[in-house]
Design a protein around this ligand. Structure first.
Ligand code: ARG
Length: 247
């Protein structure tokens, strides 16, 4: 009986960590981008991306460890092999493709402007002359730079998106430009009701999130793509999508 209990417990602890046997996949993320990735008070990192990468790893017989690196350091961590892969609501861009290999796209997104409800801003160009909060090194920063120039004085770059949104909430910036998923999550979960609104500019293009690996790491990239395909085909992806984005 004791042996049976020990076996059951071993099985449980394995699956509750979201891992089977097999090779360990070390993943980095900027765990400050709900609902894609967040870190709880207990240090545990959860979110859509985390469920996705765990499901991919499981489908490929790998174990996963997820660590919070922050945004800028994530790129460096993948480049130096401190982590094997990065999943962080990261848009596939030509520029990033010069330095990293991306998985197949797994999520569609767009930029969104977050504003106080009484703001007169109706489009991106109306932000001219205003203070705009963005997370440094993101596509949100890129769209603002493209609209007003890289040296535009009103760009306020933050290390993470929550810091930008905090400054909007306290009136230190006039707007924040970030991905629609995170902006909508803040509107729903954290910001006071009725006090903020969103504006989508006609110039905002569709973006697609991908998982990065070190350039040339074909083996891992193939596993990630194969796992992604499996979870899309067997309904696991849809289940995870519903958990975070279903009504
Ligand atoms: N999708 C945007 C980009 O790739 C923002 C991603 C920010 N992600 C994060 N976990 N902070 O630039």
């Amino acid at each position: 009986i004791i042996l049976a209990i020990a076996l059951i417990m071993a099985g449980c602890s394995g699956s509750s960590a979201g891992s089977g046997g097999g090779e360990l996949l070390k993943v980095g993320t900027d765990a400050a981008y709900p609902p894609f990735e967040t870190q709880g008070g207990d240090g545990e990192i959860t979110g859509f991306d985390i469920d996705i990468i765990k499901a991919i790893a499981k489908a490929e017989g790998m174990k996963v460890s997820v660590k919070h690196t922050g945004w800028d350091p994530l790129f460096e961590a993948v480049k130096r092999g401190k982590v094997d892969a990065g999943i962080s609501a990261m848009t596939i861009t030509e520029k990033r493709k010069e330095t990293f290999d991306f998985s197949e796209p797994y999520f569609e997104a767009k930029q969104l402007i977050l504003l106080p409800a009484d703001s007169d801003v109706k489009s991106l160009k109306d932000l001219k002359g205003k203070e705009i909060g963005v997370q440094s090194g993101t596509t949100g920063e890129v769209v603002v730079q493209e609209a007003f120039g890289k040296t535009y004085k009103g760009i306020r770059g933050y290390d993470d998106t929550p810091a930008a949104i905090d400054d909007l909430a306290s009136g230190r910036v006039d707007a924040v430009v970030a991905d629609n998923g995170v902006v909508q999550d803040y509107m729903k979960q954290k910001l006071p009701e009725g006090k903020f609104k969103t504006v989508e500019d006609a110039s905002f293009e569709k973006e697609y999130y991908g998982i990065i690996v070190k350039k040339g790491n074909k083996d891992l990239l193939e596993k990630i793509n194969s796992g992604l395909k499996k979870i899309q085909e067997d309904g696991t992806y849809d289940k995870i999508y519903q958990k975070y984005f279903g009504e």
